[in-house]
Design a protein around this ligand. Sequence first.
Ligand SMILES: *Cc1c(COP(=O)(O)O)cnc(C)c1O
Length: 378
Amino acid sequence: MLLEDIENPYILLTPGPLSTSPSVRAAMWYDSCTWDHDYKNIVSEIRARLLANAGCHPDEYTTVLMQGSGTFGVESVLGSSVNRKDHLLLILVNGVYGRRMVEIAKILELPHLVYEVSENETFDPAVLRDIVHTNKMITHLAIVHCETTTGILNDLKHVSDLAREAGLYFIVDAMSSFAGIEFDIADLDIDFLVSSANKCIQGVPGFSFVICKKSALNELCEHNAKSLSLHLYDQWKEMERDPGKWRYTSPTHVVLAFKQALLELEREGGIAARARRYRDNQLLLSEGMASLGFEAYIAPRLQSPIITSYLEPDLVPHTKQKFIFSDFYQYLKSSGFVIYPGKITHRNSFRIGTIGHLFPDDVVRFLDNVESFIDECE
Ligand SMILES: *Cc1c(COP(=O)(O)O)cnc(C)c1O
């Protein structure tokens, strides 16, 4: 049997790890040396291709790869770029991942302020402007683009305008949006953008990557690190000094899979084409789920194409049966789809991701199975 023919038992409708293509998984078949040219060339190629796909000019931006999951990348940026004496970080929060940045700031003892709104709302430009103008000490502004907690999409444009106007460093956790939604990093004047291998590039988990403005890396990161292994500047310098070399052991198989995933992104037509597929997936899902009687948590104008949260109904729609999430989950899993438990703070909910190696036909099949579940409950 060819490795490419091994079928996964189910499709992951989860926002990372997500379903990958058989060819991405097959790319992990080979062992590599971390110091050999073959491998280091692949690392260098990945760094260059990430910038090219992002539309960032290599004179202005660079990419640093960091071992670990996405959180390691976020912690590496916050810990390396904020000085405890001279800086003040403003963190915008409307979900778990914004709150995680606050946890990082607390544990690293970074001076910080928080502007928090409820999980189904986004930030008010006037309130934000007021916070920035009344706190002249603020130097950095950090936001989560798509809050994977709920699937809400936070607008970057007005935050970017304000950051530019007030001269703030702009940090974006674009973990679940980069390569899945079109936006212009240079135009938004983003200093540090963090994402990871197992989100919209459609690789497997094992490292995060940071698209950094070189000027910000140079100005901030050489002397402010609070961790050796998450030292963003030293990791960058090592990858430049000995091209493609990571400071410590890198996830070699994950890197091979990631290169294949990048080639497949380009073959699909780049980020624009992938964003279109995800949007098609999400539109089909939201129309189908609404017509089956499920209520989305996020208003359509704030809903991202990445993941959609549904409130758990008391009864299975159109029936008198109590809705039990674990029954729903098991039914869908045995029909080939794994959905995601909810993360909303005060409501029972579940989530359905529409990213990964997932196509409109799969979404249609998924909806058919949801309908069969309802039919069997009648
Ligand atoms: C996935 C994700 C992260 C990283 O989470 P890990 O558990 O470290 O993979 C951070 N922010 C957002 C918005 C995410 O979707």
